[in-house]
Design a protein around this ligand. Structure first.
Ligand SMILES: Nc1ncnc2c1ncn2[C@@H]1O[C@H](COP(=O)(O)OP(=O)(O)OP(=O)(O)O)[C@@H](O)[C@H]1O
Ligand SMILES: [Mg+2]
Length: 224
């Protein structure tokens, strides 16, 4: 096994009712080594989120192979994919995907619903909140948080079960420079603690916080 994440000739085609098919990824090859911090740059619509969703086991390729820890996702059942999301790979979604009416704490309980390992849940949640600097927001409903605070909750939720791979889709989307810096430092700390990170961003400064940058255009990796 060469990389903790391996993509071989990965193509993703979306079929929708009213539009022609869209080839969001076109024969993408990519290897991410264990412990790497990779950023993926590209303009809107270039296929960044699609790439992350495939690596995050939220979706499967139309063609080609996505391997996480040496295991191909193509033939996995929904249950097996969910198992990967429980134990191998976590994702901070572009729109956060938080439950707005529930508290920060309750949102961090969510990953444990699907996990057989609920040992030390409270402790793990407290650690994730501390790490992201939002301990004092624990009892607040998500709907009452600022954009930057929600971003941190989404990150806290993605690190709470300590999966070895962390994926983040535009984790600093609408943040000010100060908060952006804090988030990138947070990622660097996680990376130093051994996490493999793939971060999608438009932001050149953010991208430069990673150890390697790849560029994607029209569903193809154009520069690595
Ligand atoms: N669920 C879907 N159904 C149909 N087409 C989709 C779907 N998701 C994405 N696409 C299309 O696939 C292409 C790549 O989309 P993707 O979301 O991966 O881009 P992106 O690089 O993340 O863009 P952005 O920077 O705006 O988030 C786009 O043309 C988009 O319209
Ligand atoms: Mg996107």
């Amino acid at each position: 096994m060469n990389g903790i994440i391996e993509l071989e000739e990965v193509t993703k085609v979306y079929h929708t009712k009213d539009t022609p098919e869209i080839t969001a990824l076109n024969k993408v090859n990519l290897t991410v080594k264990e412990g790497e911090f990779l950023s993926v740059c590209g303009v809107s619509g270039s296929g960044k989120s699609t790439l992350l969703h495939l690596i995050g086991c939220l979706d499967k390729p139309t063609d080609g192979t996505v391997r996480i820890n040496g295991e191909s996702t193509s033939l996995m059942s929904e249950k097996e994919l969910a198992g990967m999301r429980n134990s191998k790979v976590s994702i901070v979604l572009q729109d956060f995907g938080l439950i707005p009416g529930r508290t920060v704490y309750d949102n961090l309980v969510v990953p444990f619903y699907f996990s057989s390992n609920r040992k030390d849940m409270r402790k793990k949640i407290e650690t994730a909140l501390e790490f992201t600097g939002i301990s004092e927001l624990s009892r607040r409903p998500v709907i009452k948080l600022s954009g930057g605070q929600k971003q941190r909750v989404a990150i806290a939720r993605a690190i709470v079960n300590d999966n070895p791979i962390l994926l983040a889709d535009e984790p600093t989307g609408q943040l000010d420079i100060q908060t952006k810096k804090q988030i990138i430092e947070l990622f660097q700390r996680l990376n130093q603690n051994g996490k493999t990170i793939v971060m999608v961003t438009h932001d050149k400064e953010m991208a430069e916080g990673a150890s390697r940058i790849v560029k994607i255009a029209d569903g193809r990796i154009i520069e690595s």
